[in-house]
Design a protein around this ligand. Structure first.
Ligand SMILES: Cc1ncc(COP(=O)(O)O)c(C=O)c1O
Length: 437
């Protein structure tokens, strides 16, 4: 029997699946059960920032496993402290403490709970076109259609439009106009909802899985100012874009502002052992020096996950991974994807930064009608299925989300491997072009 059928799979209808069985990995490649190697342009779910089997992370996990595999959170632990120090050192100023969780969504839950306990207000603002996780609060904050099936309307979430020039909600024609209008809109939402009812505002500083949207210059600074003015806790969700993905340690660094709370996961240890967390700013930390933080987690600060983080951050420093990611964007992926857009009529837009890009596919460049409708499956999703098959058949694992190919290889991918992957994308886009009317 196919053992995969015993596993209940997230996001999909259950039943037999036609997917790769992967048994190994090395650097930017994964290895299938039949021995075939595939170049991984997805970093799995955008978390293997240092690729597979990085020797430094593997050694750190092994050494910790030999010493002490596990420990309750109530005890002090050297490796937990070292992981916290490594994370705080690369984070924006003023974020001096770390609550560890086992992943991104738990960290979002905790950040929101901290904010509400801090200022005693109920609501949380979040952007449309966002993803914040799958547990109750985080899926309600999620602004894209992944929320719909779980939405009970009861989590205090209020959504607003962030800037997105390609599909502007404000009819803007320039980044400057989009920035100004998006901030004016956000201010209206805050004033009409009632500032005294809004505990926090959560934002991906570069939107990840909902479309790779890089905000215009000035937007994040404007959000910071609005939050400060109205006593709203600014939560940056860096789960996908943190730890080098955008060519800075954190995506919010591009704007030179600091949030009050910052959520991370994925790239913190390239996902080798599940780990997430909340970087806690001084003001919120102060609240919990006067009363206990009222909730906890059995595996908060798991030693194997923390050891992996110390190994990963050390490797990123020594190998200059953040600078490599920036160069990957400006010199490799950015120019090559722009060229693909010129030659393939199905490409409506190419956008991104560092090691995170989106190729958005449309039926018509004028109308911008997406190549497949929202939530498409089966025949309606045939164009994206064809792109997927074209990639896999040529030895590339792509990340396909809705009508987009999201390009997110490991940040240390070689130029040669990147070029090989881009050549395969070129051929796969020719498949997409055949679906245009
Ligand atoms: C921006 C963002 N926030 C939160 C999450 C949830 O993280 P996790 O899947 O580790 O729970 C994700 C996952 O992709 C994410 O991209």
């Amino acid at each position: 029997m196919d053992l995969d059928e015993l596993v209940f799979h997230p996001w999909v209808t259950q039943g037999p699946r036609d997917v790769l069985t992967l048994v190994g990995g090395s650097g930017s490649y994964v290895i299938a059960a039949d021995g075939r190697r595939y170049l991984d342009f997805s970093s799995q779910l955008v978390f293997t920032n240092l690729g597979h089997q990085h020797p430094r992370i593997v050694a750190a996990i092994k050494q910790q496993a030999d010493r002490l595999c596990t420990l309750a959170p109530g005890h002090a632990s050297d490796v937990r402290g070292e992981a916290a120090r490594a994370i705080v050192e690369v984070a924006p100023d003023g974020l001096g403490h770390v609550l560890f969780t086992t992943g991104g969504t738990e960290a979002i839950e905790h950040a929101v709970r901290m904010a509400r306990a801090h200022n005693g207000r109920p609501k949380v603002l979040a952007a449309y076109r966002s993803y914040h996780g799958s547990t109750t609060t985080s899926i309600h904050l999620t602004g894209d259609p992944r929320r719909w099936a779980s939405d009970t309307g009861a989590a205090g979430a209020v959504h607003f439009f962030g800037p997105f020039l390609y599909r502007s909600a404000f009819g803007s024609t320039s980044p400057e106009e989009e920035c100004e209008r998006a901030l004016a809109h956000l201010e209206q939402v805050i004033l009409l909802e009632g500032p005294s009812t809004i505990s926090a505002l959560i934002l991906e500083p570069v939107t990840g899985s909902s479309g790779v949207i890089v905000p215009p210059t000035g937007y994040l600074r404007g959000v910071r100012d609005l939050c400060t003015r109205h006593g709203i806790v600014f939560i940056a969700d860096e789960v996908l874009v943190g730890f080098g993905r955008t060519g800075a340690w954190f995506a919010i660094d591009h704007a030179g502002v600091a949030p009050d709370l910052m959520v991370f996961a994925k790239g913190v240890n390239s996902g080798y052992v599940p780990l997430g967390g909340v970087l806690v700013g001084d003001a919120v930390y102060e609240t919990f020096t006067k009363r206990p933080y009222p909730v906890g987690l059995t595996y908060s600060g798991h030693p194997l996950a923390c050891a992996a983080a110390v190994g990963a951050i050390g490797a990123m420093r020594d190998e200059d991974t953040v600078a490599a990611a920036a160069r990957l964007g400006t010199e490799v992926l950015g120019p090559a994807l722009a060229k693909l857009a010129e030659s393939h009529p199905s490409v409506g837009d190419v956008r991104g930064i560092g090691g995170l890009w989106a190729v958005e596919l449309v039926r018509d460049r004028e109308t911008k009608e997406p190549l497949v409708p929202v939530g498409a499956t089966g025949e309606a999703n045939a164009p994206m299925t064809a792109v997927l098959k074209a990639c896999l058949g040529r030895g590339l694992v792509p990340l396909i989300l809705a009508n987009r190919i999201q390009v997110a290889p490991p940040l240390n991918v070689s130029d040669g491997d990147a070029a090989a992957g881009l050549a395969i994308l070129d051929e796969a886009l020719a498949e997409a072009d055949t679906f245009l009317g």
